[in-house]
Design a protein. Structure first.
Ligand SMILES: C[S@@+](CC[C@H](N)C(=O)[O-])C[C@H]1O[C@@H](n2cnc3c(N)ncnc32)[C@H](O)[C@@H]1O
Length: 204
């Protein structure tokens, strides 16, 4: 799978564009300037760089080196800095209790890996920290606007409600949207979106 992303990110242009994901920049509560934000599977960095432009201290993790190189170039072009970490999220030594927000935009794992990554995300949040997540829904199989064409890699509201049951889920919805994110995310799509917050009394 890693080779798939390396190849995609060596193509000309930006696979998902250089503008941030619409849910992140328009609908989700924006992390504050100075917040430490982890962006998992940040690819070519459109979301991490946008958060850095808002004054966040961004850590972008991805296992595709070509993506991170493009993310660093985009950050330099915009005059901001992001910390990039080249790692497989299933093997990474995740910091605990370290972030004010974790952002996951269109990063898809099979069920067991998904549960493990989401468990690590919860532990990496500080009390009061939030998860901002958008992913393709199983009904996305009816569309050809992007996402993995494999049912077990797609996420439903009940998957997310279960994975993040220890957080306060502030927003969880399935939605039909019109994607316009670079050449690989174009057209009508079915997505699931979630905002969830770690209680102030919890450190794990
Ligand atoms: C569809 S792309 C989305 C990129 C970015 N989030 C965006 O919205 O522009 C999925 C990303 O997840 C990364 N990814 C998938 N599995 C991963 C893993 N196990 N560890 C680290 N990164 C992973 C891929 O390299 C790719 O950059």
């Amino acid at each position: 799978m890693r080779d798939f992303w390396e190849k995609r990110y060596r193509e000309a242009g930006h696979a998902y564009g250089t503008r941030p994901n619409r849910f992140l920049c328009n609908d989700a509560p924006c992390p504050a300037a100075g917040d430490r934000v982890l962006v998992i599977g940040d690819g070519q960095g459109r979301n991490g760089v946008w958060l850095a432009e808002r004054g966040c201290e961004v850590v972008s993790v991805d296992f595709a080196r070509a993506g991170l190189e493009r993310a660093e170039a985009l950050a330099a072009e915009r005059g901001v800095a992001i910390e990039t970490v080249h790692a497989d999220l299933l093997e990474w030594d995740w910091p605990e209790n370290a972030f004010d927000a974790v952002v996951e935009i269109f990063v898809h794992f099979p069920p067991q890996a998904r549960r493990e990554v989401h468990r690590r995300m919860v532990r990496s949040l500080r009390p009061g920290g939030q998860v901002i997540l958008e992913a393709f829904h199983p009904d996305q199989l009816d569309h050809d606007s992007g996402g993995p064409p494999v049912a077990e890699l797609l996420y439903s509201e009940s998957d997310l409600a279960d994975d993040f049951r220890d957080l306060e889920i502030e927003h969880l919805e399935t939605r039909q949207v019109e994607l316009d994110e670079g050449p690989y995310h174009q057209g009508p799509a079915k997505v699931v979106r979630m905002i969830a917050r770690k209680g102030r009394g919890r450190s794990r």
